[in-house]
Design a protein around this ligand. Structure first.
Ligand code: PAF
Length: 286
C-alpha cells in the first residue's frame, strides 16, 4: 500500500491508474479505524480495481467546544489495518494540503436546509465542514465511486445533495452500519465511554429498533413515538439531542403515506455523543 501526504502525488498516482484503465474508489475517513471502516474498504474492493482511503481529522467539522483535540489519532495502527484490508493508497494530508489559506479563510460549501436540522441543529456548521472537506478530497482523488457508512445517515443524505447539485462526477455508495455483538454501532467515539456507560450504550440501538417495530406494526403517531424514545433514553442515563422519524430518501418529516422511513437519534452518554439510525417500512394505518 502506498502512503502519500501530498495532494499532487495522489493526483499523479490516480491519473496513472486511470490511464491504465483501472477504476478508483475513495473511502474518506478520520482514521482510528474499526471494523466499520474496513467494511467500507472491502465493499470498495468488490467494486473497483484501486482503493484510496483518506485519513484526515478535519478541523472545520468540529465546533469550538467539540473534541477535535481529543479525537483519537492512531495512524500507525490504521496503516497496518488498511494494508491488511487491501487498500492501494492511504492519503493522509496535513491541514495545509487541503486548506492552503488556513481554515478560517477557507472556501466553504453548504447544503441548505438539511444541514441545520437533526445533528446540524446541535452542531452548527458541522455539515458545512464535512461538505467542504469531502469536496476537496473528491477533487484531489477524482474517484468513480466514494463510499460512506450508513451510521452517518444524515451526512450521507447531505453529501448526495452536494454532489448532485454541484454535478460532481462520482457515484455515492453506502455500506450498512457495523455493530458490536450487543448492537452498539461501531464508532471511534465509543472509546470515550466508561465501562459503566459502555454497558448501557446498546440502549440507543434497542430504543431505535423498538420504535421502528411500532412503526412497522402500523403506528403513525411519530411525534409521540419520538417523545417516548427520548424519555426512555433519559431514563437509561443518556442526554438525548433528538430522536426523529424521517423519510429515508430526503430526511423530510413523513406524511401518512410515506412508507420508506428512517428512525435517527443522537444522544450523549458521558462525554460521548453517539448517533445511530435504523430503517423501517411503515406498516398500514392502525
Ligand atoms: O464520516 C467521517 O468520518 C467524516 O465526516 C468524513 C466523511 C471523513 C469527512 O471528514
Amino acid at each position: 500500500m502506498q502512503f502519500l501526504r501530498d495532494a499532487g502525488a495522489v493526483r499523479r498516482t490516480v491519473a496513472a491508474w486511470s490511464a491504465a484503465g483501472d477504476s478508483v474508489a475513495l473511502v474518506p475517513t478520520m482514521g482510528n479505524l474499526h471494523a466499520g471502516h474496513i467494511a467500507l474498504v472491502e465493499a470498495a474492493r468488490r467494486r473497483v480495481a484501486r482503493v484510496v482511503v483518506s485519513i484526515f481529522v478535519n478541523p472545520t467539522q468540529f465546533g469550538p467546544r467539540e473534541d477535535f483535540a481529543a479525537y483519537p489519532r492512531t495512524l500507525p495502527a490504521d496503516r497496518r489495518l488498511l494494508g491488511a484490508a487491501g487498500a492501494d493508497l492511504l492519503f493522509a494530508p496535513g491541514v495545509k494540503a487541503l486548506y492552503p489559506h488556513d481554515t478560517h479563510r477557507a472556501v466553504t460549501v453548504s447544503v441548505p436546509g438539511l444541514s441545520g436540522e437533526l445533528c446540524g441543529a446541535s452542531r452548527p456548521g458541522h455539515f458545512d465542514g464535512v461538505c467542504s472537506v469531502v469536496l476537496r478530497l473528491l477533487n484531489v482523488v477524482r474517484p468513480e465511486v466514494a463510499l460512506f457508512g450508513e451510521k452517518d445517515f444524515q451526512q450521507l443524505a447531505i453529501l448526495r445533495r452536494l454532489v448532485a447539485d454541484l454535478q460532481v462526477p462520482v457515484a455515492m455508495a453506502c455500506v450498512a452500519t457495523v455493530r458490536e455483538p450487543d448492537g452498539l454501532a461501531m464508532s471511534s467515539r465509543n472509546q470515550y465511554l466508561t465501562p459503566a456507560e459502555r454497558s448501557v450504550a446498546p440502549l440507543l440501538a434497542e430504543t431505535l429498533r423498538d420504535c421502528a417495530k411500532r412503526i412497522a406494526a402500523g403506528r403513525k403517531d411519530y411525534a409521540r413515538l419520538e417523545r417516548d424514545a427520548v424519555r426512555r433514553l433519559r431514563a437509561g442515563g443518556f442526554r438525548p439531542d433528538y430522536v426523529a422519524v424521517r423519510t429515508a430518501n430526503d430526511l423530510a418529516r413523513p406524511g401518512p403515506d410515506d412508507r420508506r422511513l428512517r428512525v435517527l437519534a443522537a444522544a450523549w452518554l458521558g462525554r460521548a455523543r453517539l448517533i445511530d439510525n435504523v430503517p423501517v417500512s411503515a406498516g398500514s394505518r392502525r
